[in-house]
Design a protein around this ligand. Structure first.
Ligand code: PSU
Ligand code: MN
Length: 304
């Protein structure tokens, strides 16, 4: 990217144990003021784990790798932030817009910044019974080599189809301490992961082995939502169905679908689903920090 379109935060510039954090979850995924609090808490969780957070987003058409406290506040409170996937980079640059980067958008930014570890909530995927709605997150996972820590794919999606797509695109789906693909709000889905690993060191070794094969896809590390905040699949499903029907009835489509469903489901569950969402985001930030540190340690070991 052009020097004028990308900028690095002071805290990020000299660091090599970095964890990227996305910002669509702030601009489109959570209400205020929980969004800003969550952003701060995730950054703090990364620091507590011995790594440096780089929250990624667009301000006035410039891609920020790391946002300082004031910038984070500005983006979280922006009235009309754009939801920015890879195809939207040129749009926000040309129009000098504020924007929250999606999983796919953040991965593209990480590629430019050389960041290998990234934490989010749940990835996008193949939508249920929509004529054709497949998140750009899947394409990004297929083509950009980094470790993406998530709590599985969002439960609003067609999870079996999402997993099939990931298999087709050669993306390993790693269960962290689990044999089952986590379903965002729920720890269970009844669906298989491709491999189970139990420690950050194992993840780092796995990722190195994966990229040494020449395959350039991401390693999708799925970390179940903490037990205390998890909601069972059977409890969630009626709310997901209702929100999906409402989205259809109201003609909501394209990039507006996911934000609508998340906020409607939060209303329908009396905020319980949002509590699960916040808990899993923090949990993922913690794990991502451990992995970034383990990566750094192993790098040292390789040089020795
Ligand atoms: N995780 C969350 N909340 C979110 C998202 C992830 O807990 O809002 C965002 C991510 O940025 C992801 C996006 O890329 O939802 C998916 O949007 P879509 O389905 O339109 O691709
Ligand atoms: Mn979509």
């Amino acid at each position: 990217m052009d020097k004028n379109t990308i900028t690095y935060a002071e805290t990020v510039r000299a660091e090599n144990i970095l964890v990227a954090l996305e910002s669509t979850v702030l601009t489109h995924g959570l209400p205020r003021p929980q969004n800003l609090q969550l952003a701060r808490d995730m950054e703090q969780a990364v620091r507590a784990g011995g790594a440096t957070p780089a929250t990624i987003g667009f301000l006035d058409g410039k891609l920020h790798i790391g946002l300082d406290a004031a910038e984070l506040e500005q983006l979280a409170n922006a009235e009309s932030a754009y939801k920015v996937g890879p195809r939207d980079f040129a749009t926000v640059i040309a129009k000098k817009l504020h924007g929250g980067t999606t999983v796919a958008g953040t991965m593209l930014a990480c590629k430019h910044a050389g960041i290998k570890v990234f934490a989010t909530g749940g990835i996008g995927g193949v939508h249920r019974d929509a004529p054709f709605d497949i998140s750009a997150d899947l394409q990004a996972l297929a083509s950009m080599p980094m470790i993406v820590v998530c709590a599985g794919a969002k439960a609003i999606l067609d999870l079996p189809a999402t997993l099939e797509y990931l298999e087709t695109m050669s993306v390993p789906v790693v269960g962290y301490g689990t044999d089952e693909f986590p379903a965002f709000y729920s720890r269970e889905s009844g669906l298989d992961i491709s491999v189970r690993l139990d420690t950050p060191q194992q993840i780092v070794e796995f990722a190195r082995a994966h990229w040494a094969t020449g395959v350039q896809s991401a390693v999708l590390l799925t970390n179940p939502v903490p037990e205390t905040e998890s909601i069972s699949k059977s409890e969630m499903e009626p709310f997901i169905l209702q929100a999906t029907q409402e989205a259809h009835a109201q003609g909501i489509h394209g990039k507006a679908v996911t934000p609508f469903l998340l906020s409607r489901i939060s209303e329908l569950t009396g905020g319980k689903s949002m509590q699960a969402n916040l808990a899993l985001l923090l949990n993922n930030a913690r794990l991502a920090a451990q992995i970034a540190v383990a990566w750094h340690v192993s790098e040292g070991a390789r040089l020795a």
